[in-house]
Design a protein around this ligand. Structure first.
Ligand code: NDP
Length: 481
C-alpha cells in the first residue's frame, strides 16, 4: 500500500519511529494508503534542514525566487487532473470541484505571491528638521511553521507556504493527517521546479504529535495556522510564552442576511452554493440564514424545494452536487448536531439522513439539511457544525438582522443580499466580520486582507498582509549633517 512519507531536505523519508496511520477514502470508507505518524524527532530533522537552507534562500534574488515559484505554479497547472483526482479521493469532495477550485487556486497562490514579492515595498520617513532619515527593513523571520486543515487541503496549505517562502523564510509544514495526499505530491513538484532542498519541509502526522512539536519548537519563530477555534486557542497558549508571531485563521458561523429587495434568483442560486459547497465544509459557508419576514415564507418554500433536488453521490460523478464528508468521526459529529437541534426544538425541513450510495456503502454521505430555528441563541445556531447543515429564521428589520448576525462568538465572514446601496454601506460597516460579501459569495481577490474577528482568529493573510506577517519590520534611523 502507498506510504505517504515526509519530505525533508528534498528527500522523501519514513518517520524516524517507523509508525504509520491509516488514510481513508471517504467515498467508500476503505483504507487506501498509510501516512507517516511523525513526532518531535521528524520535526527536529525538518527544522534542521530548514535552518540550513535559510541563509542561502533568504539571500536569493527576488527574480530567482519568483521564477522558481512560477515554475511550481505551472507544474501544479500541468498536473491538474492528477492532483484533483488525488484531492477528491482523499477528501471526498466532488472531482469537478477539485478541478475547478482547489487545484487552480493552489497554483494561483504560488503565482500570486511570486509576483507580489516583486512589488512588496517598505516605508521611509524623513524626520523633518531633525536631520534624520528612517526607513523600514522588512526581513524574513527565519524558519516558520505552517499548519493547515482538511477542508481545502492543497488550497490552504499553499496559501501559507507561498507567502512564507516568497518572503525568504524556510518552512516546516504540516497538512492535516486526514488529507495528506496532495501535500505529499507537492514535494515532487517542488523538486522538479528547482526549489532548493530544505526550503520547504513537509511533515505528516497528527496534531497532538507532529503539530504540537512545531508549535513547541523554540526556534520556529512564527506559526501560520488555519483550523478550529479550540486548536487555535491551544496554539496561542503554547506559543505565547515563547513570543512567537501567530496568524490564526479559525472557525466561523457566518450569517447570510437576505433582504426582500434582493435579486431573488441570484440570491437563491448563490445561497445554495454558500450553504452546501464542499459539503458545507468551508469556513466561509453561510450556515445561518436570516431572511426578512416579508420574504421568509416564499424563501423557505423555494429554498427547501431546491435543496431537495441537490444530488449526493460518489465524488467522481460529474452530476453530483455533494460528495462525501471527510471522515467517519466528522460525519458522526455533524449527525449528532442535527439530533441535538431536534432535541432543542428546531425543525428539520429537509435532509438530516445519511445517504447510501450504491457500490460505495461504506462512504460518509449525508443529505443537505435545512433546519428552521425559532431562537437564534440555540446551540445549532451558535456552534460551528462544518457540514451540509444550515439554519433558517426570519428577521424583522435591519436592527434585528444585525443583532442576530452579530450575536455569535465568531466573526469570519458575512453575506448580505440587498439592492439598497445605503443599506449596503450601513450593514457592511456594522457587521462583526473580517469579510463581507454583498450580492455574491466567495468571490476572492488575493490582494485583499483575509481573516476573522472575535473567535474567528487573529491577524490577516492575503496580499501584502501575508508578506507583512512573514517578515519582521526593522526601523533604521540614519542621522545626517
Ligand atoms: P483542527 O483545528 O482540528 O486542525 C487543523 C490543523 O491543526 C490540522 O493540521 C491538525 O492536525 C492540526 N493540529 C491539531 N492539534 C494540534 C496541536 N496541538 N498542535 C498543532 N497542530 C495541531 O481543524 P480541522 O482540520 O478539523 O479543520 C476544520 C476547522 O478549520 C474548522 O473549524 C474551520 O472553520 C477551520 N477553518 C478555518 C478557515 C479560515 O480561514 N478561518 C479556513 C478553513 C477551515 P490533524 O488534522 O492531523 O489532527
Amino acid at each position: 500500500m502507498l506510504q505517504i512519507t515526509n519530505y525533508i531536505n528534498g528527500i522523501f523519508e519514513a518517520p524516524v519511529n517507523d509508525q504509520w496511520l491509516d488514510n481513508y477514502d471517504p467515498s467508500n470508507g476503505n483504507v487506501y494508503s498509510h501516512i507517516s505518524n511523525s513526532d518531535a524527532k521528524d520535526i527536529e530533522n525538518a527544522y534542521n534542514a530548514a535552518k540550513a537552507a535559510y541563509p542561502s534562500w533568504s539571500q536569493t534574488t527576488l527574480d530567482e525566487r519568483s521564477k522558481i515559484m512560477l515554475r511550481i505554479a505551472t507544474l501544479i497547472e500541468e498536473n491538474l487532473d492528477m492532483l484533483a483526482e488525488a484531492e477528491s479521493k482523499d477528501n471526498g469532495k466532488p472531482l469537478w470541484l477539485a478541478k475547478a477550485v482547489d487545484i487552480p487556486r493552489a497554483s494561483s497562490n504560488f503565482r500570486f505571491f511570486a509576483n507580489a514579492i516583486t512589488q512588496f515595498a517598505s516605508e521611509a520617513h524623513e524626520s523633518v528638521g531633525m536631520g534624520a532619515m528612517n526607513f523600514t527593513l522588512r526581513q524574513p523571520i527565519g524558519v516558520v511553521g505552517c499548519i493547515s486543515p482538511w477542508n481545502l487541503p492543497l488550497y490552504l496549505f499553499t496559501w501559507k507556504i507561498a507567502p512564507a517562502i516568497a518572503a525568504g523564510n524556510t518552512v516546516v509544514a504540516k497538512p492535516s493527517e486526514v488529507t495528506p495526499m496532495t501535500a505529499f505530491l507537492l514535494g515532487n513538484i517542488c523538486t522538479e521546479a528547482g526549489l532548493p532542498k530544505g526550503v520547504l519541509n513537509i511533515v505528516h502526522g497528527t496534531g497532538p504529535s507532529a503539530g504540537q512539536a512545531i508549535i513547541e519548537h523554540p526556534d520556529i519563530k512564527a506559526i501560520s495556522f488555519t483550523g478550529g477555534t479550540a486548536t487555535g486557542a491551544h496554539i496561542a497558549r503554547t506559543a505565547a510564552p515563547m513570543f512567537k508571531k501567530l496568524s490564526l485563521e479559525l472557525g466561523g458561523k457566518n450569517p447570510n442576511l437576505i433582504f426582500a429587495d434582493c435579486d431573488y434568483e441570484n440570491m437563491m442560486t448563490t445561497t445554495l452554493r454558500s450553504s452546501f459547497a464542499n459539503q458545507g465544509q468551508i469556513c466561509l459557508c453561510g450556515s445561518r440564514i436570516f431572511v426578512e419576514r416579508s420574504l421568509y415564507d416564499k424563501f423557505k418554500e423555494d429554498f427547501v424545494a431546491r435543496v431537495k433536488k441537490l444530488v449526493v453521490g460518489h465524488p467522481s460523478d460529474n452530476n453530483v452536487n455533494l460528495g462525501a464528508l471527510v471522515s467517519k468521526p466528522h460525519l458522526e459529529k455533524v449527525v449528532s448536531y442535527i439530533e441535538m437541534a431536534q432535541e432543542e426544538g428546531a425543525t428539520v425541513l429537509t435532509g438530516g439522513n445519511q445517504v447510501t450510495v450504491g457500490g460505495y456503502e461504506g462512504g460518509y454521505y449525508l443529505e443537505p439539511t435545512v433546519i428552521e430555528v425559532t431562537d437564534d441563541k440555540c446551540r445549532i445556531n451558535q456552534e460551528e457544525v462544518f457540514g451540509p447543515v444550515v439554519t433558517i429564521m426570519p428577521f424583522d428589520d435591519e436592527v434585528d438582522a444585525l443583532a442576530k448576525a452579530n450575536g455569535v462568538r465568531y466573526g469570519l465572514s458575512a453575506t448580505l443580499w440587498t439592492s439598497d446601496l445605503n443599506r449596503t454601506m450601513r450593514v457592511s460597516k456594522a457587521l462583526e466580520a473580517g469579510i463581507v460579501w454583498v450580492n455574491t459569495w466567495l468571490m476572492r481577490d488575493l490582494r485583499t486582507p483575509f481573516g476573522g474577528v472575535k473567535n474567528s482568529g487573529v491577524g490577516r493573510e492575503g496580499g501584502f498582509e501575508a508578506l507583512r506577517f512573514f517578515t519582521e519590520p526593522k526601523n533604521v534611523c540614519i542621522k545626517y549633517e
